[in-house]
Design a protein around this ligand. Structure first.
Ligand SMILES: N[C@@H](CCC(=O)N[C@@H](CS)C(=O)NCC(=O)O)C(=O)O
Length: 190
């Protein structure tokens, strides 16, 4: 969804191919184009990318200049990279573990303690990372909506879909609502 959202924000033409999940089981020929078997996979000419946050940054750089990226010489360049990466590396990964051990694994392999631990991990990182960053700010970097907001916003949207929305602070929920009000966000919900 991050990459779709970024493509929609940029207004770029693209072709969307969907696969049954997980493709490594349900569509093994997908491994021929992505040996990891993961989604998303962005193909652009000879470029192949399986890291969604970096794929968004790539699109901004390759098809910019655009306000969705933050340039090297802007004061918030480092902050932009920080939150761009934080959305996937710190926020989405505990959610993926939680999802796996609540829904994806068969009953016998479910792990309530793991679910509780990684839920706490996710909420703790939101509380210590996103909440203070949003104090007095509408967006995470450069005083404007950027790919960093797509990266973090997707993780918050996923958390809400997994039932953690009520545990988010009002400022974080308001931020998520602001992101969801964007027409490109709505178009990426395919
Ligand atoms: N860090 C990657 C994670 C990619 C990933 O692990 N995707 C999961 C779904 S969210 C997947 O395709 N899993 C299928 C599998 O492991 O077989 C990203 O940013 O997209």
């Amino acid at each position: 969804m991050r990459v779709l959202w970024a493509l929609e924000e940029l207004g770029l033409p693209f072709q969307l191919e969907t696969v049954p999940f997980p493709p490594r089981v349900l569509q093994p020929d997908y491994l021929a184009i992505n040996p990891l078997g993961t989604i998303p996979l962005l193909i652009d000419g000879d470029t192949r990318m399986t890291e969604s946050a970096m794929a968004c940054a790539f699109l901004a750089s390759r098809y910019g200049p655009t306000p969705l990226g933050v340039a090297l010489d802007e004061p918030d360049y480092g902050a932009y990279l920080q939150w761009l990466s934080f959305g996937e590396a710190t926020l989405a990964f505990p959610l993926a573990i939680r999802l796996r051990y609540t829904k994806l694994e068969p009953e016998a392999r479910r792990q309530p303690q793991v679910v509780e631990d990684y839920e706490r991990f996710f909420l703790g990182r939101v509380r210590a990372g996103i909440e203070p960053r949003l104090a007095g700010r509408a967006y995470l970097a450069a005083d404007r909506f950027t790919m960093a907001d797509i990266s973090v916003g997707y993780a918050l949207h996923l958390a809400d879909g997994l039932g953690l929305g009520d545990a988010l602070a009002p400022t974080v929920r308001a931020y998520l609502d602001r992101l969801r009000a964007r027409p490109a966000f709505a178009r990426s919900l395919r």
